[in-house]
Ligand binder design. Structure first.
Ligand SMILES: Nc1ncnc2c1ncn2[C@@H]1O[C@H](COP(=O)(O)OP(=O)(O)OP(=O)(O)O)[C@@H](O)[C@H]1O
Length: 829
């Protein structure tokens, strides 16, 4: 017994020792120190190699004649600047191995060090391959060209490798063969490192290089007058190559060829009609691309060739303008690379998976259903039960000649005979040829969030925004992709599970997404529902730059936030257009592969999910002011990765208006109090017959699924948020752009500088002193509300102290010092 205990203790100690060792090697500081050592060693090697050129001659005989002990002694008389070790290593690398190309090894060692220190991101495999290639080729080239110097020099420029490989090749394929092998090797290497090698070589092999460079010269000399002088007909005769070579010089392809678009086309562009513009742009490009053969243009479904043409054009331009080829793919998660998704242990286990089906209840229900139907003269051929977590579905096949509507009308009678609430008849079940009767179980089972999150279906899902809601009647995990919905309307009377449902939605996203990929905007007029999410602000929440709290509870802030999101949406569309991509997925893929230049305003776009609780309350207080931005977002935001989930207790028609309904095709209905409410939310009855406590109907288009929502309690959500919040986050929440109202710019003209705010001068001094035109600075320093600080900022702009609003960035301060400021004050007084 004692021995067993001791054994166990020893095992534990060993385990913890192994863990400590593993942790040591995983520690960032260990990596940094190792990196530093690598860099030092690389520099050391470099110095020793350099020294070898000057001291190698003198050291060579000592290296050959002295023993190891003599070499390492104090009086070794070694000349190399890096001592005996340096002399040994330089002799080994340069003379014995690969010659002067050993210098590349120093660079490689330093690069590895910098990677370990996280100073530079490199692909180790790429670097190993390139270093090996350069070293081998370099050694061979030096061996080949300097073979004669091997006799009378102490230094072998190609090393022994270069020397013997050259001799071997020469003996087998002769001088010319060896030279060809070297040329082939160099070209293969150049092709592998740069995509422009192949087109260049093609030109060389077609002996076109002269002609092409001559053409380039012609173009550049006439560059200035090109647009003016070119007639559309001339244009048609220009070939693709001309256009692309021009684009090499231009940063943006539109700018170069836009002047050639005719007046109608320009009108379309000004109207901001992206599609039309694309077509126009592409037609234009096609006109020029008369050289492109039909084989190169894949025909799209509708036979439209434009999308391809534009994208092809841009890809070349972007690659040319942004030389990201050498770099690794951009990794959005890098900043929080140590972020860990919450674990399953943070959730409770409510359900009992091994629970037996109550056969007595099942048999009794089947009998009662059959009897009730028989009493009304309906005979059935077959009855089958599917037992779900809270509901059992009885499927019946009536005998021939029975009207389906007759069974449908018996809903209340069956409910009476079963003495059960929440009976729903689906007659017929679409696609099954049976009639379904849903009957609540006497002892409903709880579906825990743990069971659905841990399910294989969720864990392995490849959805962009996977949301797992609960389990269907057949005990299948029910999940959907928010990206495809693309917006969801949630309704249900109070106490029926709406808040739990919203928590389940948010939790699903938190379990699957990295903070860099998802941002939540939480609107909570009740002030208590979403407050638990406040500690994930720096990871997953987005907010207005001036607001203190990321969870929006104030109605005026809601309006500003929604408008700001519409601005973000417009900004994103502009970027998409600039990148010639159609949606966020394509855009991000392009950005990740470094084909979009961040210096041109491009950025990685996280998905933004806006969740609005108590939508009815908002509509009552702010009416059209919230309805309009919500409708705009709902109509347009899908492609730019902005999705909305709005929830309401009161699904009446004045709250869920036609505009809202039309743009929220996916609906989640918890139990509602009347059939009218059910019709408002689902366009059909059913939600009024649910049994509450998370029983819901999910509708999308024509399909309606009954789902038992998974239960996630507040302490579980708290644990998950604490877990996320305790990890390193961004320095602040994701900043939404500052929104300037409709009359934003013109509004400044209306500012009356005679009625300046009493804080005007102090605010101006603060701004000039800090050289930072930020409304939040005024708010913070003088403890003012947002509106007043905003008004002061408008007055400062009207007085010429700050520049116009620049979205989320602070305004430019136009006054440099207090002297200048005093002059402005004097003029105003
Ligand atoms: N999926 C579920 N499984 C089991 N019980 C549930 C489920 N959802 C909700 N409940 C029960 O119903 C209660 C009320 O749920 P919830 O707070 O989500 O209602 P609500 O519709 O948000 O109400 P309100 O609108 O007043 O906030 C919960 O405390 C819980 O006991």
């Amino acid at each position: 017994m004692v021995k067993k205990k001791e054994d166990k203790k020893q095992h534990k100690n060993e385990d913890s020792l192994i863990r400590k060792v593993i942790n040591f090697f995983k520690d960032e500081r260990t990596h940094f120190v190792a990196g530093l050592l690598f860099v030092m060693f690389g520099v050391y090697l470099f110095i020793s190699f350099m020294s070898f050129f000057y001291t190698g001659d003198a050291d060579q005989s000592k290296l050959e004649n002295l023993s190891l002990a003599e070499l390492s002694s104090v009086k070794n008389d070694i000349q190399n600047w890096t001592g005996a070790l340096g002399a040994y290593l330089s002799n080994l690398f340069i003379n014995q191995w690969v010659g002067v190309s050993s210098f590349v090894i120093c660079i490689f060692v330093c690069a590895i060090g910098l990677k370990l220190m996280k100073v530079k991101q490199i692909s180790v495999i790429k670097w190993i391959c390139y270093t090996c290639a350069i070293v081998i080729l370099g050694s061979l080239i030096c061996g080949f060209f300097f073979i004669d110097s091997y006799q009378d020099s102490f230094i072998y420029l190609g090393g022994q490798h270069g020397y013997y490989t050259t001799l071997l090749l020469k003996a087998n394929i002769g001088w010319s063969g060896t030279l060809l092998v070297i040329i082939a090797g160099v070209l293969t290497f150049l092709i592998s490192i740069s995509s422009s090698t192949v087109p260049f070589l093609r030109k060389v092999f077609s002996l076109d290089i002269k002609a092409s460079s001559k053409r380039k010269e012609e173009i550049s000399s006439s560059d200035k007058n090109y647009v003016d002088e070119m007639s559309p007909n001339d244009n048609k005769n220009k070939n693709t190559e001309d256009i692309l070579s021009n684009n090499d010089k231009e940063e943006d392809s539109y700018e170069y060829i836009a002047p050639e678009i005719d007046e109608n086309q320009i009108e379309n562009f000004n109207n901001d009609d992206t599609d039309k513009f694309e077509v126009v742009f592409n037609q234009h490009l096609n006109e020029n691309n008369s050289d492109i053969s039909q084989d190169n243009i894949p025909i799209t479904e509708k036979g439209e060739e434009h999308t391809f043409t534009v994208e092809a054009g841009t890809e070349i331009i972007e690659e040319e303008e942004y030389q990201g080829n050498e770099l690794d793919d951009y990794d959005p998660t890098l900043e929080l690379s140590r972020y860990k998704s919450p674990g399953l242990d943070l959730m409770e286990k409510y359900d009992e998976p091994d629970r037996q089906i109550d056969m007595e209840e099942q048999n009794a229900n089947q009998k009662k259903i059959a009897e009730t139907l028989k009493n009304y003269g309906i005979r059935i051929k077959m009855i089958k039960a599917t037992v779900g977590p809270t509901i059992t579905l009885y499927e019946i096949i009536p005998e021939a000649g029975v009207r389906v509507s007759k069974i449908r009308n018996l809903e209340d009678d069956i409910a009476l005979s079963l003495s059960a609430l929440g009976i729903r008849i689906i007659a017929p079940i679409p696609g099954k040829g049976t009639i379904g009767i849903e009957v609540p179980n006497k002892d409903p089972q709880i579906v825990s969030m743990l069971s659905v999150i841990s399910s294989k279906k969720f864990q392995e899902s490849k959805y962009d925004l996977p949301i797992v809601l609960g389990k269907t009647i057949t005990n299948d995990v029910f999940m959907f992709d928010l990206c495809k919905m693309p917006h969801v309307l949630v309704a249900g009377a109070t106490g029926q599970g709406k808040s739990v449902g919203l928590n389940a939605i948010i939790t699903s996203l938190l379990y699957k997404k990295h903070p860099s990929q998802l941002k939540l905007v939480l609107v909570d007029p009740k002030k208590v529902e979403f407050s638990i999410y406040s500690n994930i602000e720096k990871h997953f929440l987005a907010k207005l730059p001036d607001s203190e709290d990321a969870i929006i509870t104030d109605v005026t802030k809601v309006v500003q936030t929604l408008n700001s999101i519409t601005k973000e949406m417009d900004d994103r569309y502009d970027l998409l257009k600039k990148a010639q991509t159609r949606n966020i997925k394509e855009y991000n893929a392009k950005f990740i592969s470094r084909r979009l230049n961040p210096n041109n305003g491009h950025r990685y776009m996280p998905y933004i999910v806006v969740i609005v609780d108590e939508f009815a309350d908002l509509i009552m207080t702010a009416g059209k002011e919230v309805e309009m931005p919500i409708a705009r977002i709902a109509q347009l935001a899908r492609a730019v990765g902005i999705h909305m989930i709005i929830a309401t207790q009161r699904p009446s028609t004045n709250i869920i208006t036609g505009v809202i309904k039309a743009n929220f095709p996916a609906r989640v209905a918890f139990r509602v109090s009347s059939m009218i409410d059910s019709r408002t939310i689902l366009d059909c009855p059913g939600a009024n017959q649910l049994i509450g406590r998370g029983d819901l109907l999910f509708s999308q288009g024509s399909s309606l699924v009954r789902v038992q929502c998974a239960l996630i309690d507040t302490p579980e959500v708290e644990r998950i948020c604490d877990f996320i919040g305790s990890q390193q986050g961004y320095s602040s929440a994701y900043a939404l752009p500052e929104y300037v109202g409709e009359g934003g710019d013109s509004g400044i003209g209306e500012v009356n500088l005679k009625e300046r705010d009493s804080m005007f001068e102090e605010a101006a001094r603060l701004i000039v002193l800090n050289q930072q035109g930020s409304t939040s600075l005024i708010q913070r320093k003088f403890s003012l509300g947002y509106n007043r600080a905003g008004r002061i900022m408008d007055q400062l702009e009207a007085a010429g102290i700050v520049g116009p609003s620049e979205g989320s960035k602070p305004r430019q301060v136009l006054v440099m010092d207090e002297v200048q400021l005093e002059q402005i004050f004097n003029n105003l007084r």
